[in-house]
Design a protein around this ligand. Structure first.
Ligand SMILES: *[C@@H]1O[C@H](CO)[C@@H](O)[C@H](O)[C@H]1NC(C)=O
Ligand SMILES: *[C@@H]1O[C@H](CO)[C@@H](O)[C@H](O)[C@H]1NC(C)=O
Length: 242
């Protein structure tokens, strides 16, 4: 499970895509056919930026085929929901003051096998959005209407789409490589790190600041003072106002 706090990044498509890349680009499996199930959230899961990562996997030989399937809105129950329930249960038994404590909640929530935590604050996010804009043209594709997207190594830019769950529906095929770009350009494209961005809003900042005095541990207090006084978080006073 990838974890980070809002002081370093948000919950948008580039962050989600970075997590996918971090988890799956790491020789976690020698299987060659990947199926991803996700919910229908357009902002996080169903967009050009995620599509870029899936094509990236196939072009770099990490997988030969990738299928991204979306659950019907409102009817989705995923295995991950059960995992989250375990974590919630564990959280009720432990006190978490700082993110590190939450990592412990997660890693101790299940015994076999325990959940792993990938700390995205250490690894950082990539600016996948820029590359997706540079290489992909999805104007013709109805990504938001699709229920399944398939990418195959023979023609990784000719993505296959289905708009219903029916087995008899034929795949619609779209070339999503932008005009003027080649496979070679894509292979050479360099992923750059995304600068951390503080997404803690003012209301949350205020609220966190007001709770610092109630923390017992000096290290915890100092953690939050630092977090809330990062250079890019403007307008925050050091001492909480009553
Ligand atoms: C994207 O593709 C459409 C047609 O499929 C084309 O009209 C449009 O100019 C393309 N956009 C870019 C930025 O290449
Ligand atoms: C997307 O799909 C909807 C319905 O399936 C259709 O009305 C719309 O025109 C499509 N948009 C594009 C850009 O193809």
């Amino acid at each position: 499970m990838c974890m980070w706090n809002e002081g370093v990044g948000g919950r948008g498509a580039s962050e989600m895509a970075s997590c996918l890349l971090r988890v799956l680009n790491n020789n976690v499996t020698n299987k060659k056919h990947l199926i991803i199930w996700s919910d229908n959230c357009v902002g996080q899961n169903k967009n050009k930026i995620i599509l870029f990562v899936l094509i990236f996997f196939v072009i770099h030989g990490i997988f030969e085929t990738v299928e991204h399937k979306f659950l019907i809105s409102g009817h989705s129950f995923m295995a991950s929901d059960r995992d989250f329930a375990l974590i919630e249960k564990r959280k009720r038994l432990m006190k978490a003051f700082v993110p590190k404590d939450l990592h412990e909640v997660v890693t101790s929530a299940r015994y076999t096998p325990p959940f792993e935590v990938i700390d995205m604050e250490i690894h950082g996010f990539w600016d996948i959005k820029s590359l997706a804009e540079e290489f992909l043209n999805t104007t013709k594709v109805n990504i938001t209407k699709s229920v399944c997207i398939r990418i195959e190594k023979e023609c990784p830019f000719k993505i296959k789409i289905k708009q219903t769950y029916s087995d008899v529906e034929n795949w619609q095929i779209y070339n999503v490589l932008k005009k003027g770009k080649t496979l070679n350009d894509f292979k050479k494209a360099e992923l750059l790190k995304l600068a951390p961005e503080n997404k803690i809003n003012d209301v949350k900042k205020k609220s966190l600041l007001s709770m610092i005095p109630y923390l017992k541990d000096e290290a915890h207090k100092s953690y939050y003072r630092k977090l809330l006084n990062r250079e890019d978080s403007t307008g925050v006073e050091e001492e909480p106002v009553k």
